[in-house]
Design a protein around this ligand. Sequence first.
Ligand SMILES: [Zn+2]
Length: 444
Amino acid sequence: MNKLAKRAWFAYFLAAAMLVGVLVIVVRYVVNGPDWMPFQNDGVIVDRSGTVLMDNTDGRTLADDATVRASMLQILGDNEGYITPYLLNEYGDELAGFNRISGTRHMGGGEGRMTLTLSAYVQRAALNALNGQHGTVGVYNYKTGEILCMVSSPTYDPWTVPDVAGNPEQYNGVYVNRFLHSAYAPGSTFKLVTAAAALERISDIEDRTFYCEGSARIGSETVICNGVHGTISFRQALCQSCNVAFAQIADELGADVLTNYAERFGITDSLSFDGFITKKGNFDLSEATAYEAAWAGVGQYTDQINPCQYMTFLGAIANGGQAATPYLVDKVTFGSKTKYEAKTEMGDKILSASAADTLAEMMHYNVVNNYGEWYFSGLYAGAKSGTAERGEGLTSNALLTGFVQSEDYPLAFVVVIEGGGAGSTACTPVIRQVLDACVVAMGS
Ligand SMILES: [Zn+2]
């Protein structure tokens, strides 16, 4: 090999090495690029009707209304960094107009805009309705998946940060989004799971009667009822929330079938959307006696539900056995460009249409005969309340889960009031104000 050829080979080698180096940089840039950007959070976040919730275009400003600001704390994050700003993390690039080709923010001007499915008007109504009580309210459209309302209390106005550490009771768990990241004992709202399983697995369940004398033996222990219901039908058992009837139904279904349905209904799973992952609930009968399994079917034992996930179960009951997966971000644009747009995604078919329709109708019967239609804005609604004991000396948690079946307002909802006492008494006035607000928000 002559000298010239050797030099040529050396030049080829250099060129190849350089090419490899450039490739490595390009790949790393494409993968990590967004993290190299100083995080700008440019853009505006608005609710479904264009009300500004957060504006980062010139410093940071929030909603004009203090209650709306407080209602958004666990969703948008706080200034101190205790709460993860999930939405900005998930859509920060799109909102900042980050471009992987030019490597910079969008050069052509314009600004980022994220439109949420939430209604500031409903958020405000829900937080006002909770009136300082701790808990959560969630409402979503089970046909499209749009979340209209998700408030978590306690909360505070991020413009006037209170002394959280100095008031641990008042601000207990203030940084937690209870709707997404908490799990609660369901109390009797869990009878919906047992009722749904019974409608599919016990062919004559609708013709059965049960006899409640205030208690019943299951295995070697006694289930206590909230009253003495005498001879009652399946429908009446749900309406009056008879523990004896439901413990007997759960006992007949058995631990395996109950577990199978709890899993099928997603109780033990999490939902993920828009960067959020919901907390998993719990339904574990692996160590349960017959009595404990029956008690679990009544909503006691170690059962836990996540409010957001359970809301989708209610949506499925209302919607023939299948509901849309919830989401919060409708659209992200930068200037005239659409960077992200939500699509409706249907969840699994978890219940036969006939079982879903029957259960929905039974829940409507509850509303008419137990809770009062007055509390559901004159809409065709179904509901089931729950009162979940928290242990000695503590007032029970109050829960209400349900739906509206209406062409214009296909809504499922969940209300949890910690220490609220009796489920229906505490929660029906809250859902009334929230549904009234939904009608206004969706009508406009
Ligand atoms: Zn009873």
